[in-house]
Design a protein around this ligand. Structure first.
Ligand code: AP5
Ligand code: MG
Ligand code: ZN
Length: 217
């Protein structure tokens, strides 16, 4: 099964992808996570991507298309995958269609997570993740069971993203509305668009996404 999670920054794509990866065994492919790893490594891609990311602008299509093209060749993608944060432009969407066509695969669903812009800012400002395993948390909405200890791996080290500040969030939202939202009519036309209400609790969003996924089986 090949599914895209589409939604604005802070919509909950990563949160839901991590849950689905655990429950359904579909591997999460987050271009944001891959780019952040490249920046930390200081690789050529990381050096090219860093300034765009810190400014809340999209990295070039060429870079992210290449990353995904390489990533989906890996053996863990054999039974399907969940795209989190890709595609984000029409050029990327068309490149994905081509990649899948070449492998005789098809996109099963694009799940749009709808969240109001005002709620997104609070979600992003409150977000932090485990340094060791990347499990996501939120200061109010999703705390570890034991204060200061990661539920997933027991680590006590957490980090915040450099682009999670008010100024950068508004550029990221602007990029979403101008460059990514045009994918909605594109996928509607293809008959794969499914909409979920992302304004409810994390568990209630999962229920809606699981309903979509089970309707595809
Ligand atoms: P990326 O890492 O993809 O960031 P993003 O799209 O801005 O999305 P976020 O990761 O901020 O949000 P999310 O939807 O994953 O929310 P989360 O689950 O964490 O991209 C970063 C940058 O990389 C881009 O700006 C760009 O520069 C570059 N990039 C990446 N992909 C690219 C591409 N394809 N093309 C070009 N450039 C690219 O949730 C947020 C918080 O809210 C968490 O704390 C969570 O606990 C909480 N929360 C989640 N759900 C709920 C809920 N239902 N109720 C209450 N709280 C909730
Ligand atoms: Mg994310
Ligand atoms: Zn952890």
């Amino acid at each position: 099964m090949i599914v895209v999670l589409l939604g604005p920054p802070g919509a909950g794509k990563g949160t839901q992808a991590q849950k689905i990866e655990k429950t359904q065994g579909l591997v999460q492919l987050s271009t944001g996570d891959m780019l952040r790893a490249a920046v930390t490594e200081g690789s050529k891609v990381g050096k090219k991507a860093k300034d765009f990311m810190e400014a809340g602008k999209l990295v070039t299509d060429e870079i992210v298309v290449k990353i995904i093209e390489n990533r989906i060749q890996k053996v863990d993608c054999k039974n399907g995958f969940l795209l989190d944060g890709f595609p984000r432009t029409l050029t990327q969407a068309k490149a994905l269609d081509n990649m899948l066509n070449q492998k005789s695969l098809k996109l099963n669903a694009v799940v749009e997570m709808q969240v109001d812009d005002e709620a997104l800012v609070d979600r992003i400002i409150g977000r932090y993740t485990c340094t060791a395993c990347n499990q996501g948390y939120h200061g109010e909405n999703l705390k570890p069971k034991v204060d200061g200890v990661c539920d997933n791996c027991g680590s006590t080290n957490f980090k915040r993203r450099v682009d999670d500040n008010r100024e950068t969030v508004s550029s990221r939202l602007e990029a979403y509305h101008s460059q990514t939202a045009p994918l909605l009519p594109y996928y509607k036309e293809q008959g794969v668009l499914r909409v979920v209400n992302g304004m409810v609790d994390i568990g209630d969003v999962s229920v809606q996404i699981n309903d979509v996924l089970s309707s595809l089986n």
